[in-house]
Design a protein around this ligand. Structure first.
Ligand SMILES: [Zn+2]
Ligand SMILES: [Zn+2]
Length: 762
């Protein structure tokens, strides 16, 4: 019998062909296996029918750990048997199929780590030790198929030892494209901030020592540079915050292992699983009562972002030091993408770091670390990047048209949606300047090229002034794609529909700001969404509140408080007592009060983020926003230890949830209760109000599914409280599981809406 089998999925770069080879040998079959240019593999089998059946069973059940099979397509062949053995061929150059898949970078595996530590091994202490089951992928692949010559490993021809392993079907590095050793692979070296080389025998362990002594060191990794420093000393952290212009924004840290992480943070079994998974994301962990690292790492927050070493290099940094963890933050100037070029690092980090630890392999594509937070038995993505991107998210249903979503303006990703595969890019960042915009445009090119997608439409936000809106129209004109603008909160909610295969949904969508249909500032919305081109309906929202000075109010939440409570209480004295938190002091307060009287220089918003900001300011938790979400995040941190003391019932007038009364209650009770209890009470009020209003609307619409999306859905207290109420009402409750609730998930929703909007217009 002769059978040709095509396998699609994540099957290149994950040890799939050696597995096929061994399985064919085991079942006594002849033929071949080869990679296809579309990222699938093709297998030809010759032998007895029952043996081929056993082979197909093994194929599904015993596949390598990193492989994901989407489809097995067999087709029987006529003619005589041609093969006398089983072979692994090079790649075919098929280019007829779209939707190819590129594997993400994978953490060093246990076997490689063991060899790294074994003095008798040829790769003892080799920092880029990898195998077919681990190592970089996306960040080194320039084009498909995934063969060494199409990656930046091309610059490092294998030595005879590595070659012998690469060509031995029974070796675990058989066809490992990243195989390398101290002799033939990339080398590491240390320089000063000026690029002068530092003579030392062991640059990686030397860098570790320098870090523990208080130096700031840039470290080149798989997908870009990190800036690292000690975690138990304040001095380098003060210095780092000053030069990075990050006064409060938390830094992620890297701990050498799980055990050390537990010395300063609570780690439950699910969090431990996330930390040690083959993707090794940054996991937000609650600081424990013994927390002893510097308070400058995550100031004012109850949690801290921790990851474990994911390359041999990272492990070696800790070898000769006592430091319990290192700060490990992406090296990028404000609003620019993570640095990936050596000369760029020297130029841009000269004033930031004392030393740089380089390796001489080029980074093909930059990729920041992923950030997740455990919630029950699920994970919430705060950033979906290294280890995940650009492996597609598989949707329940196919879309008819291939579309691209460009995201919004902050925390951007792009998404190429092809059939039922959503290829969401790595984290791109805030698209406010030319570097990030170029990164975004290149990523679209790269993703559409790698996946060979024939794009029909490009989707973007409704905001007329977003960089991505302009880019969408440029791309549309250049490529003949159809431009489609999608309202911000509609896109968020549509992403929920895409992820869960829901046909219609009533979505609670809360964030800081999104452009509404009439140019209004939305951000606390209840929307009805369906998969038809007419789209969505706004069913309800938070009360409109005044922002004095627009964006200034976002930065200084005391302005939001003034806007809401003006006319309710005599706010003047209270503001004057806080004059040091206004950049221009008394004068600014007088100006604000004057503008409020006159009703000038104000905009209105239904933003949920601003309401939380106002609570944070009333309670003195945060008076200034130095990074996105800061007041609300700090408020949640305070609320974690609180209870609902105010027991406020939601005030719903028509389709609108009142927020003024709640803020007034918080204000008037501010000396009677603890900050924690008041912070928690505010959360409870919003959760109850939003859930009650949304349930009422869902019942009216006869919709059984309710969802929660938008940046505020990262908030654990709100999500838990809303879920409880919704599920008690008998409705189904959906949250994001594979993409971020915030703007990192926007591109999927946009591409999804564009997909069915196109179907609607003929
Ligand atoms: Zn390995
Ligand atoms: Zn070698």
């Amino acid at each position: 019998m002769r059978l040709k089998v095509k396998v699609t999925g994540i099957v290149q770069g994950v040890g799939f062909r050696p597995f096929i080879f061994r399985t064919a040998m085991k079942n006594g079959l002849n033929g071949y296996v080869r990679n296809r240019g579309d990222a699938g593999v093709e297998i030809l089998l010759e032998g007895k029918e029952e043996n081929i059946e056993c082979f197909l069973e093994d194929l599904e059940q015993k596949k390598p750990p990193l492989a994901q099979i989407y489809k097995i397509i067999p087709s029987s062949l006529k003619g005589k048997n041609e093969y006398r053995n089983f072979r692994i061929y090079g790649s075919s150059r098929e280019t007829d199929l779209s939707g190819s898949i590129i594997p993400p970078d994978i953490t060093i595996c246990a076997e490689c780590l063991k060899e790294l530590r074994d003095p008798k091994d040829q790769r003892y202490s080799y920092f880029f030790i990898t195998c077919t089951n681990c190592g970089p992928r996306y960040t080194i692949i320039e084009r498909l198929p995934y063969d060494r010559e199409n990656t930046t490993m091309r610059d490092f021809p294998t030595c005879s030892f590595c070659k012998s392993e690469y060509t031995n079907p029974l070796n675990r590095r058989f066809h490992a494209q990243t195989v390398a050793c101290p002799k033939c692979g990339p080398k590491a070296y240390l320089t000063t901030e000026k690029g002068e080389s530092v003579a030392c025998k062991d640059p990686i362990r030397e860098a570790g020592r320098l870090l523990s002594e208080g130096s700031i060191v840039a470290i080149k990794g798989y997908g870009g540079f990190h800036v690292a420093t000690a975690t138990t000393r304040n001095e380098p952290l003060i210095r780092l915050r000053k030069v990075k212009h990050r006064r409060q924004k938390p830094f992620a840290i890297m701990a050498p292992n799980l055990q050390v992480s537990k010395s300063f943070a609570n780690v439950n079994s699910w969090e431990a699983e996330l930390l040690t998974s083959c993707t090794h994301p940054i996991v937000l962990l609650n600081k424990n009562e013994h927390y002893y690292l510097s308070n400058l790492i995550a100031p004012g927050l109850h949690n801290i972002g921790v990851m474990l070493p994911y390359t041999g290099l990272h492990h070696m940094l800790f070898d000769e030091v006592d430091e319990p963890a290192f700060v490990m933050t992406s090296a990028n100037p404000p609003n620019q993408p993570i640095i990936k070029e050596d000369d760029e690092a020297l130029k841009k980090l000269e004033d930031t770091v004392d030393y740089l630890l380089f390796h001489n392999r080029q980074i093909a594509y930059r990729c920041d670390d992923s950030v997740v937070r455990a919630r029950g038995k699920h994970q919430v993505f705060l950033r979906r990047s290294r280890g995940y991107a650009p492996a597609p998210i598989m949707l329940r249903e196919k879309v008819k048209h291939c579309t691209v979503g460009l995201g919004g303006e902050l925390n951007n990703t792009v998404c190429v949606l092809f059939e039922n595969k959503a290829f969401i890019s790595q984290h791109i960042g805030d698209v406010e300047n030319v570097e990030t915009r170029d990164f975004l445009e290149n990523t679209i090119k790269h993703l559409t090229h790698l996946t060979k997608s024939k794009v029909e439409a490009v989707a973007c936000d409704l905001h007329p002034k977003f960089t991505t809106t302009k880019l969408a129209y440029d791309l549309a004109e250049k490529n003949g794609w159809q431009p489609i603008q999608v309202q911000h909160h509609y896109a968020h909610t549509a992403a929920l529909m895409a992820e869960h295969g829901a046909k219609e949904i009533v979505g609670i969508c809360c964030d800081g700001y999104g452009y509404g249909v009439d140019g209004e500032a939305w951000g606390g919305e209840i929307l009805f969404c369906t998969q038809v081109s007419s789209g969505y309906e706004r069913l309800g929202h938070l009360q409109k509140q005044i922002l004095i000075g627009g964006d200034l109010a976002t930065q200084h939440p005391l302005r939001v408080v003034a806007g809401i409570l003006h006319g309710q209480v005599n706010i003047e004295n209270w503001l004057l007592q806080r004059q040091q938190h206004f950049p221009y002091g008394i004068k600014e307060i007088q100006m604000i009060l004057h503008q409020l009287e006159k009703g000038s220089n104000t905009v209105e918003t239904t933003s949920c983020g601003r309401v939380l900001d106002a609570v944070a300011a009333i309670l003195g938790v945060c008076y200034e926003r130095t990074y996105e979400g800061e007041p609300a995040m700090k408020l949640e941190s305070v609320a974690t230890k609180g209870k609902d003391v105010l027991k406020l019932e939601p005030r719903i007038k028509g389709d609108i949830l009142d927020t003024t009364q709640m803020l007034l209650e918080i204000f008037e009770n501010r000396q009677k209760h603890t900050k924690a209890d008041l912070a928690y009470s505010a959360h409870t009020y919003l959760a109850k109000g939003l859930a009650t209003l949304a349930i009422e609307k869902a019942l009216e619409k006869e919709v059984r599914i309710l969802g929660f999306s938008g940046g505020v859905a990262c908030n654990g207290i709100l999500t838990k409280a809303i879920r409880k109420i919704v599920e008690a009402s008998g409705l189904e409750f959906l949250v994001h599981e594979t993409i971020p609730p915030g703007d990192g998930g926007l591109s999927l929703g946009q591409a999804f809406v564009a997909g069915f909007s196109l179907s609607g217009c003929t």
